[in-house]
Design a protein around this ligand. Structure first.
Ligand code: PRP
Ligand code: URA
Length: 212
């Protein structure tokens, strides 16, 4: 895979450890869901690392001083349904005031093309820094469609957070949307003939919601 300066692989040991729990086929629904949330929180630290700060005045029990708070645009979290829902609470633990928009897409199992079935965004989504959530970046079709959708509605600042990616998906998203930042816990080897990430973790939506 080509090197992209705006693709960030989070190598933190806690992240890698939790990702292994998700890969394990013996991890049950309850633990899978809990670990997706924890992993999303850890990744959220990296995703928000460059948020701008400003100094404000504060009075400690000792004296007046200035100290830093987050400034700049407000955040919006946009999970891609269904599996992206599993990542929302992790991000909201970090940024409890963020608004949440939803984009419903599923991948047609024959064509692997994304099919849209739902969308509800905050009215001021275009003015927010948006964080798009989806555990899996496989062919990239779903992420590309979601990002195109957000840009068509005026969004200018978009970060994409995936737990696992295939090289094919990263290249496709970078080709379609070279301006966005991508955060992943790992880039796996390849896609198989059904468009699943290898070695991957299987079907993230089914494992989160117990539908298989
Ligand atoms: C999965 C996953 C992504 C998409 C990735 O969703 O959560 O949205 O596939 O594949 P792509 O990069 O090839 O588009 P799926 O379509 O299985 O729907 P679900 O989340 O409702 O299970
Ligand atoms: N969607 C998933 O849930 N898993 C994959 O490996 C690919 C797409």
């Amino acid at each position: 895979m080509k090197e992209y300066k705006n693709v960030h692989v989070i190598n933190h040991p806690m992240v890698q450890h939790k990702l292994t729990i998700l890969r394990d086929k013996n991890t049950g629904v309850k633990e899978f869901r809990e670990v997706v949330e924890e992993l999303s929180l850890f990744m959220g630290y990296e995703v928000t690392r460059n948020l701008p700060l400003e100094e404000i005045e504060v009075e400690t029990p000792i004296c007046k001083t200035t100290s830093k708070v987050i400034s700049g645009k407000k955040l919006g979290i946009v999970p891609i349904l269904r599996a992206g829902l599993g990542m929302v609470d992790g991000l909201l633990n970090l940024v409890p005031t963020a608004k949440v928009g939803h984009i419903g897409l599923y991948r047609d199992p024959e064509t692997l093309m994304p099919v849209e079935y739902y969308c509800k965004l905050p009215t001021d989504a275009a003015e927010r820094d948006l964080i798009v959530l989806d555990p899996m970046l496989a062919t990239g079709g779903s992420a590309i469609a979601a990002i195109t959708f957000l840009k068509d509605r005026g969004a200018k600042s978009i970060r994409l957070v995936n737990l696992l990616a295939a090289p094919e998906g990263i290249e496709a998203v970078m080709e379609a949307h070279p301006d966005i930042e991508i955060y992943v816990a790992a880039v796996d080897e390849k896609l198989n003939e059904h468009g699943y990430i290898v070695p991957g973790l299987g079907d993230a939506g089914d494992r989160l919601f117990g539908t298989k």
